[in-house]
Each structure stands twice: as C-alpha cells, then as structure tokens.
Design a protein around this ligand. Structure first.
Ligand SMILES: [Zn+2]
Ligand SMILES: [Zn+2]
Length: 127
C-alpha cells in the first residue's frame, strides 16, 4: 500500500494504474470495478475518468447517462446497465441478486462507450 491518496475519493490507492481503464475494458466494467474498489464518487467522476482516458471526444457521455437515469457512478451499473442475467447469483435468502463482482471484461473496440457483453440495458430488462 502506498501513501498515495486518490483525489476523488480520498482513499488510499495501490498504484495509479489501478484507477485507469484497462486497454480494452468497457465503461460499465471500469465504473463497476472502481465503485467496488474505491467507492462511488457521488457524481459521474469515474465515468469522466473513463472518458478522458479512453473516449476523449465523447463529450456528451455524462449527459447521455444522466438522460438514462444515472445520478452517480454506482447508478450507471444499476439503473442504466446491469450485469446480464447469466451472472446473477442466489442469495442466502433465496433471491436472485446481481453479482458484487463481475468477471474480467471481455473487451470492447477502442473508443467505444458501450458496455461489453457482460451487461444488459435496464431498459431492455424491464419489459
Ligand atoms: Zn453512487
Ligand atoms: Zn466490460
């Protein structure tokens, strides 16, 4: 553990690479991974981190997510996209619940702001 403190969350981070998107990691996997490790920023700062490093020209990205109901990072992988049904797990109470961790991102093409195949749009689920 280093003594580097993350500027957004004020929690210690292990290395700067830990808070950057991996080379072909998708937006949903990155945001979900960061919220799991570092916590929600209570804004869309992990989304912005992704945009700056991976899809710099997608300046409307945050606005598009807000239009789909996102209010903060953790809501991106709750109200906009959710882990696909194949990943859900049975809780001890006998309910199907979304997984706390998702498998490693299978990747998306460079510059894409779409999630990978691990995720489904909530709008599609709620039929
Ligand atoms: Zn949140
Ligand atoms: Zn992914």
């Amino acid at each position: 553990m280093s003594n580097v403190i993350h500027l957004l969350t004020r929690r210690p981070i292990e290395s700067p690479e830990e808070v950057l998107p991996r080379p072909d990691e998708c937006l949903a996997c990155f945001v979900h991974r960061m919220v799991g490790r570092q916590g929600c920023s209570a804004a869309l700062r992990w989304v912005e981190q992704f945009r700056v490093h991976r899809t710099r020209r997608a300046t409307a990205l945050g606005r598009r997510l807000v239009a789909r109901g996102a209010t903060c990072d953790c809501s991106v992988t709750d109200v906009v996209w959710r882990p696909g049904p194949q990943l859900w797990e049975w809780s001890e109470a006998g309910q199907l619940v979304p997984p706390e961790q998702v498998p490693p991102c299978p990747g998306v093409r460079p510059g894409s702001t779409q999630p990978c195949r691990l995720w489904v749009a909530v709008a599609d689920l709620a039929i």
